[in-house]
Design a protein around this ligand. Sequence first.
Ligand SMILES: Cc1cc2nc3c(=O)[nH]c(=O)nc-3n(C[C@H](O)[C@H](O)[C@H](O)COP(=O)(O)OP(=O)(O)OC[C@H]3O[C@@H](n4cnc5c(N)ncnc54)[C@H](O)[C@@H]3O)c2cc1C
Length: 416
Amino acid sequence: MQRERLGRLGRRGLLQGALVSGLASGLAGGLAGCATAPRRGAEAANLVPIDARVDRIADVSVCVRPFRPAGPRVEPESLGDTLVVHNYGHGGSGWSLSWGSSTRAVRLAMQGSPRDVAVIGCGVLGLTSAILAQRAGARVTIYAREQLPLTTSFRATGEWTPDSRIALAHVAAPDFADVWEDMARTAFATHRGYIGKPGTPVEMVDQYAVSDESSFGSRILNGPSIDFASYGRRIADLMPPWQPVSPDASPFEATSVSRGEIMMFNITEYTQTLMSQFHQAGGQIQRADFQSPAEIAALGKKVVINCTGYGARALWQDDTLVPVRGQIAHLIPQPNVHYGVVYQRVLAVPRRDGIVVQSFEGGEAQGYGIAAETIDRDESVRAVMILAELFAPGRWRGSGLQAFLTPTGRHSMRHA
Ligand SMILES: Cc1cc2nc3c(=O)[nH]c(=O)nc-3n(C[C@H](O)[C@H](O)[C@H](O)COP(=O)(O)OP(=O)(O)OC[C@H]3O[C@@H](n4cnc5c(N)ncnc54)[C@H](O)[C@@H]3O)c2cc1C
């Protein structure tokens, strides 16, 4: 049962479970004799360490998750002669659920087999809706204030996190869990189709959850918790379960280490792939900044898919949209690092365009209700310094690169 529970942990579960309650530590003890774990642990000994240094922070970006307590809005609405299908409000799961949510939206939009479809918004929901509408036979024009590289979508971490801040458990309708599962399964299957494509838009990588009980102290349970819905166990069959790594074989000097696999989105490459697919199928993009639904009706289109993300709060007066601020830092890319780590409420994801580092120091309520997209560089600096503890000389037991103390006491890395 413990093993099953670990296998079902998503990113949220890991942060709450493995890092906060020490669940992984207990599991590692209980499953140390498991046949596969030591082998994977031995493989882990060949890992290259993440060069976690503040002076390697190449970029810090911040954005707002478009969170709706009831879950994303995917439904039709008549606006005079125009059928509007809404497809917004995906919280921290927009990339993950994109293809599934857009499949539902496009099904609604294509019921009358329109020849022309307008999509408002060019984030991940807009582009996936547009591509699916093209595949269904429509000519598609995207109208957007910003194209994908300037949107919230481009500033996401890039992990398969289909139930991250997707709804509040006590607000979501009773049938939402079924809808969510349908979206998650459709999206997962479609993302999988991008694995191995040129540019590696999507790939599977290992991720380690490392905990060090002696340093839990003040970092646990800081901040109020929020009743976010959690549906991960409904799709537990999609990914292999997490496994404990035996302390002897682990490259991390820590009380407990476990390993799972994650689906990772290389956002830069995935964006380019989606944009080219859309253009190659004859799609057009026009810049537009709509102030009201009436301006959308004035386009004269029979069918419009509304994928405006947090923008729907102002455009559609949807006051149920709650901003949830999030920030990531990019460390300079390390092409030979192919694994992610969660350690003391810090997540590192090995994207091809740079190691993405994200802090969850405020717990799950972090950023809730905050719409300001102001960069807090110190937050990222603290996160990188916590990661640096994990890879410091004396703690890191892997190979590939070795750490050496400089005369100033600061460590640097060079090839062994
Ligand atoms: C720090 C952070 C990390 C994240 N990590 C992940 C992750 O790892 N995995 C995951 O699945 N999700 C993640 N997310 C969530 C994900 O980024 C969002 O759910 C997703 O980007 C929402 O996409 P969207 O297309 O709905 O909105 P957006 O990307 O915001 O796109 C909205 C589009 O609508 C346009 N628009 C808005 N208003 C108007 C208007 N009035 N007129 C014209 N155009 C308009 C915008 O210009 C834009 O083109 C993360 C979010 C944050 C903040």
